[in-house]
Write a protein that binds this ligand. Structure first.
Ligand code: SF4
Ligand code: SF4
Length: 211
């Protein structure tokens, strides 16, 4: 079966890719994520995926267009529905691409993350599947999260610290301690100095896509 796999970064892909292959799926990845901001973070995640590809060969179609405006137009970021809008926006396009290019089914790495709203994702994927008349492959690999992180660490693959949009970045780091510049003060640790004075006490663990 030809499977189109929506990929938002390498993190959740590491372990499940093998499982999909073991099941006999011919997997093609599609990087389509207008929700990832700012631009340098967007590029970093593309690069991480390319690093992943060097170790684990997989065909991936990259949409490298930075979609900030599209994202802002599509989501109700002042309401409570931001993530559902964001899922719909991406899955709609993925399903459409799968249909147009004769794939047998589509799915997304978002479903493999324990930090995304799994049930909502499933529901939206099923809806999109009906609308676009293309099969949705449901798989739940959340139990492989830790293994994926292990693989990413071992291969020095970049792991992001927040889900993607600027709102998620804000929500993730708002509670961290910030000391913008400490100069040569003896209290300024080497770590703080090397990070440009941004000290992160909470939320240092990465790859967790908290919403
Ligand atoms: S960690 Fe987040 S951005 Fe990366 S693949 Fe998983 S769900 Fe997507
Ligand atoms: S938190 Fe993640 S899923 Fe939610 S709107 Fe932002 S990028 Fe999309």
């Amino acid at each position: 079966m030809q499977l189109l796999l929506h990929i938002c970064c390498a993190c959740c892909l590491c372990a499940p890719l093998d499982e999909l292959k073991k099941e006999g799926f011919v997997v093609t990845g599609l990087f389509y994520n207008p929700n990832i901001h700012p631009l340098l973070e967007f590029r970093r995640r593309i690069k991480a995926l390319r690093v992943f590809q060097e170790k684990y060969p997989i065909k991936i179609i990259f949409n490298e267009e930075y979609g900030l405006r599209d994202f802002l137009r599509s989501v109700n970021y002042e309401g409570n529905n931001r993530c559902a809008d964001c899922y719909t926006m991406r899955l709609d396009s993925v399903a459409l691409y799968a249909k147009k290019h004769n794939f047998d089914a589509f799915t997304s790495t978002m479903l493999f993350s324990k930090y995304q709203d799994h049930e909502r994702l499933k529901e939206i994927s099923e809806k999109v599947s009906k609308e676009k008349e293309i099969k949705f492959l449901y798989r739940d690999y959340r139990h492989l999260s830790d293994h994926s992180i292990e693989i990413a660490r071992k291969n020095m693959i970049y792991r992001q610290g927040y889900c993607g949009c600027v709102f998620s970045e804000y929500e993730r780091y708002i509670d961290t301690t910030r000391e913008l510049y400490k100069g040569n003060s003896p209290q300024c640790s080497e770590k703080e100095a090397s990070s440009g004075g941004l000290r992160v006490e909470k939320g240092e663990e990465v790859c967790d896509c908290t919403r």
